[in-house]
Every structure is written in C-alpha cells, then in structure tokens.
Write a protein that binds this ligand. Structure first.
Ligand code: ADP
Length: 590
C-alpha cells in the first residue's frame, strides 16, 4: 500500500480505533460496576443471613421448629427470600414458595458450600422466580446442625441494567464499525479509486504515451483536481505537437540537405548529424561519433581551435577510402549553447565538382591532342602546296589526298564530339512519350549499312536471332550505336564473322554484337567505354578511330534508360550487349 493510500485509510482506521477504545472502556467500566455491585450484594446478604441465623439458632435449640418455619415462611419476601433447608436438601420453609412444592436443594452450589463449612455467595438465574438472584447459605448451629439457612436477594434489576448497557456497547461498536466501513468505502470509491486511475494515466503519459486519456470522475473531491490535470495534459499535448512539428520540419530540412551537417562539441563528439552526414561517415542509427574517427586527422584540431578562439573556419579536406578520394569543403560556425560552445559543421562534397573539373581538363587535353595530328598534317600539306609551285602531279595528288583524309578525320572527330555533347543533353530524356522504335528494323538497317565495309574486310555479319520488339526512343541513335559496335568488330577484332542478335530477357530488349577475334584484355574492360580510351592507340588512329565510338554507345544506351556492357565471347572475342528496358505498356501480355 502506498503512502498516499495509508494516509487515506488512516481516517477510518482512527475512527475504528476510537470506537474500539470507547467500547473497551465501557466494558471495563461495566465489569468494574458489576464487580462492585456483587461485592456489595454479597456483603449485604452475608450480613443479613448472619442476623437471621442469630434469630433462628435459639428457636431450633429450644425445639421450636414450627416457629422457625413460620418465621421463614412469613418473612417479607420482597426484602429477602429466606429458605430453611434440611442438610439432606429437603426444604422445610420458604418465604417465596410453598416448601412442599420445592424440589430437593442438596445439589445447589451454596448448600454444598454451607455443608462443607465454607459458605459462598452465588448469583444465578432462578427458573422458579424467573429472575436473577444472589444466594448465600450457612449451616445453622442450633438444632444439632441439621438445618441450613439460605437467604436470597434479587439482583435482577441490576443484571438487566448491565445487560442493557452491554447490548448498547455492542450496538455502539457495530454502529461505529459500520460508520468507519462506510467512510472507508466512501474514501475508496470517491478518492482512492479515481486517484489510482489518475496515477495510472499520468504514469502512462510520463512513459511517453501522450494520448493516454485522463479519467475524470463524475463527482467527488478528485473531480476538480482531475479536470485541471486533463486541461494541463491537453495543453502539454498541443505544445508538444507544436514542438514536434517544428523539430520534424527542421529534421526534414536538415535531412533533405545534400550537405552533411554535424553539431559537435569542443571534444569533437557529434551531438546531432543529418542523414547526409551519417551516410558520409558510414554511421549506423544513433551511433556515437567523434571527429577523431572522421578520417581527416587535422579536422579535430581545427574544430578545437575554432571553439577556443570563437572564430569560424572554412577549409578543404581530402578523405581517402577504399572507393577512392573524396574532396570535402568544411565550414565551421560557432553556436553558443548553455553548457559550452558548439560548432556547426557544414560539409559540402566537392568530389563531383573536382572530377568534372579534371574530366573537363582531360577532355580538352584529349580533344586538342586528337585535333593536333590531323591539323599538323593539313597545315604541312597546305604549306607544301603553297610553297612548291612546281610540284609534280603525283606529289600533288598525294598531298591533296592527305588533305582530304585528315580533314575527313577532323570532320569525323567533330561529328562524334557533337553527337556526344547532344547525347549528354538528352541523358534519360527518351521517356515513354518518345516515338516507338522497332528494334528489329534498327538492327536490319545497321547491318545493311555495315555489310559493305565488312565484306571489304572479308567479314561476314549474321543476324542469329531477332524478335519483334518496340521501345520508345530514337532510331537514328540506336542505329548509330549498333553501327559503332559493328564497325569496331570489323576494324579491331580480326574475327571472320560477327553475330548480331535481338532477344527479350527479363522485361528488357537485349541487343548483342558478338565477334570471335582478339578480344579485350581484362585491364581495359573497366575503362573501355570512356571517351578517347583506346586499347591499341596507334592502330585505332591508323584505322580512322576517334576513340569516341564506345562512349557514344554507352550514352545512347543510357539515353534509353539502358546500359552497355562488355563480356568475353566464350572461346575468344568480345560480346557487346545493349540492355534496353521495355516499358510495361509495350510488353506483350503472356
Ligand atoms: P575508336 O574510335 O578508336 O574505335 P571506340 O571507343 O569505338 O574508339 O573503341 C575503343 C577501343 O576499343 C578501340 O580503340 C579498340 O582498341 C577497342 N575495341 C573496340 N571494339 C573492339 C572489338 N570488337 N575487338 C577488339 N577491340 C575492340
């Protein structure tokens, strides 16, 4: 039982205790009164018996039994009942009843005591007189000690008063008990039960269940109290909802930011991190994180310095991981908090930017390099023509041919660069709304265009499998991609035959261009789709390759939401595969 319950039950318990105390006192008083009364009654009757014995003894000694009988029979019975009894128990005379009608009195307690020589007073209910009586008997000395004098007084009134008082005390005890019980029940029903229910609800609320209803009793002293608490909880809920909404909003903003954001203390412990920060530092949910484990050894000293000086900072850091280098721009801003200054770190990932920058400079270097060779040849040939007026016709023919070839190469290069740039702009733009392209027709056209050149190189192109598939897209681009793959296989593989196929696999159209030639070594495979990447640089240039063919293939595939991949042909050679997803609407029902 809780302290509160103890206090609540103290009141009825005190009431019960008081009732019990009063009853005990009453009983004790009654007992004392009874004792005193009996003591007085016993003394009185003993004295009176002795007095009557003084009268009767001479009569009996003188043989005047009849007078003694008469004395007893006619004694005022209201003052004292007198009985003259023989030692064998026979009643000789009695002031209350006719002696003949009375039974033998030998077994009466007071008679036995008198015969034994130790007279006593006995109080008992007299069946014959129908009332409470106190008896006292003595053996009379006169008449050869053959008679016993018994005196009796009525104690009925006092006994009945005492009985009434006892009944009243019992009644008072029962009434007091009932009142205390009623009080306990009232307290339990109106106070304790609602308080317990209230306590349960408040415990649920403190445990986080804010929706726990507050029970309000219909009446009773707890009602007002419960109503106030219910109002307070409603207010609390509303305030908390507002705080939560603001917090969720902030969290949503923080988490939707591309920049990683961390709130760190002067020891470098992260107090809060957003989703981007958790991803950047590979943090599991609620994982404790310290900047010393950031992989940037000089970050923590900078943070500590900034907290110490109160100066914000901005610095670029390099993070090296198995997946490569990451370039980060970290800005630190001081935030004053009650328990010490903190630093808000905003981390911007510059890796893409850096890669783009290096990609751009590589691209410019590559393009310049690719342009330089044909331009040098063109300038050289043009200079010779201009300076040598009398060039023999064959020489002139050679130089003009060179001019034509190198300008064609330049033209091809420029065309490929333009194609690539156009494709970059169309990245993923060929959506479902693009016109439907029949891939089998695309393959047919590309093969027809490549066949002439293939034949010149003694290569046979075969269409091994073709199913009618339509996808939304650009037929020209797709033809260009397949054409590039065919021309590469003809130019570089040295394979006498090329197999082309179109099939449907896992909801995608798969175009395969397979040769059985020299193949591509594993170390080149990862980079083969990069711009200007060549396996055999000189051979490619000599064969008029721009180094952009496969990059264009890759971009065409990705413009159609697909991918271009390279695998080895079993037994030797390359298999280039274009996997182009077929939108659900154009997938025929099974
Ligand atoms: P290029 O304009 O030089 O043909 P590509 O991007 O089309 O440029 O091809 C890149 C390089 O991949 C080529 O230079 C060539 O070395 C190699 N290559 C492409 N296709 C094949 C093939 N089927 N077999 C062997 N090597 C190939």
């Amino acid at each position: 039982m809780s302290q509160r319950d103890k206090i609540l039950f103290l009141l009825p318990a005190a009431a019960i205790a008081l009732v019990v105390l009063f009853t005990v006192l009453l009983f004790a008083g009654l007992a004392m009164f009874k004792q005193a009364f009996h003591h007085d009654a016993d003394s009185d009757i003993t004295e009176k018996t002795a007095l009557v014995a003084l009268i009767l003894n001479p009569l009996l000694n003188q043989g005047r039994l009849d007078e003694a009988r008469h004395f007893c029979d006619h004694f005022n019975r209201d003052a004292l009942r007198l009985s003259l009894i023989r030692v064998d128990g026979k009643v000789e005379a009695d002031s209350a009843e006719k002696a003949d009608l009375l039974s033998n009195h030998l077994n009466r307690e007071e008679i036995q005591a008198a015969i034994a020589g130790a007279p006593i007073c006995v109080t008992r209910f007299s069946e014959s007189l129908n009332q409470w009586m106190t008896y006292h008997a003595v053996q009379l000395d006169g008449g050869n000690r053959e008679y016993i004098l018994r005196a009796a007084v009525s104690t009925d009134r006092t006994a009945r008063i005492l009985q009434k008082a006892t009944l009243t005390a019992v009644f008072a005890l029962l009434l007091g008990g009932a009142l205390a019980l009623a009080l306990a029940l009232y307290i339990s029903g109106r106070v304790r039960t609602p308080l317990r229910a209230l306590n349960h609800a408040l415990t649920a609320i403190t445990d986080g269940n804010l929706d726990a209803p507050i029970p309000i009793p219909r009446a009773g002293i707890v009602r007002d109290f419960a109503t106030r608490i219910a109002e307070m909880t409603t207010l609390l809920r509303a305030n908390l909802a507002a705080v939560m909404a603001t917090r969720n909003e902030q969290e949503a903003i923080l988490n939707s930011m591309e920049e990683a954001v961390l709130l760190v203390n002067r020891s470098g412990d992260a107090l809060r991190v957003n989703r981007a920060a958790a991803a950047l530092f590979h943090l599991a949910d609620r994982q404790v994180f310290n900047l010393s484990r950031s992989g940037m050894p000089d970050l923590l000293p900078h943070v500590q310095e900034a907290v110490k000086t109160g100066q914000p900072f901005e610095k670029e850091y390099e993070l090296t991981s198995p997946s490569g280098k990451t370039y980060l721009l970290i800005k630190g801003a001081i935030i004053a908090k009650g328990d010490g200054d903190c630093l808000l770190l905003t981390v911007t990932d510059l890796t893409r930017l850096r890669r783009l920058e290096s990609f751009r400079s590589d691209f410019i270097a590559n393009v310049s390099h690719e342009l330089k060779t044909p331009l040098t040849c063109i300038i050289g040939a043009a200079e010779t023509i201009l300076e040598e007026k009398d060039l023999p016709p064959e020489q002139m023919q050679k130089l003009v041919t060179m001019l034509y070839e190198q300008s064609s190469r330049l033209n091809l290069l420029v065309q490929d660069i333009l194609s690539l740039s156009a494709l970059e702009h169309r990245q993923n733009t060929l959506n479902r709304k693009a016109p439907a392209v029949a891939l089998d027709a695309v393959l047919g056209n590309a093969i027809a265009l490549a066949r002439e050149n293939a034949r010149e190189h003694g290569v046979e192109i075969t269409l091994t499998n073709s199913v009618p598939i339509e996808i939304p897209g650009d037929s020209q681009l797709l033809e260009q991609a397949v054409g590039n793959l065919l021309s590469n296989a003809v130019k570089y593989s040295g394979s006498p035959s090329i197999e082309v196929s179109l099939s449907r696999q896992n909801g995608a159209a798969v175009v395969e261009v397979k040769d059985f030639g020299i193949g591509i070594a594993d170390e080149h495979k990862a980079r083969i789709f990069e711009r200007f990447y060549r396996v055999h640089k000189e051979r490619s240039r000599a064969l008029g390759g721009t180094g952009l063919g496969l990059a264009i293939v890759k971009h065409v595939a990705s413009a159609h939401q697909g991918v271009a991949t390279l695998t080895d042909t079993p037994g030797g050679g390359c298999t280039f595969r274009l996997t182009l997803p077929i939108p659900a609407a154009t997938t025929p029902k099974a």
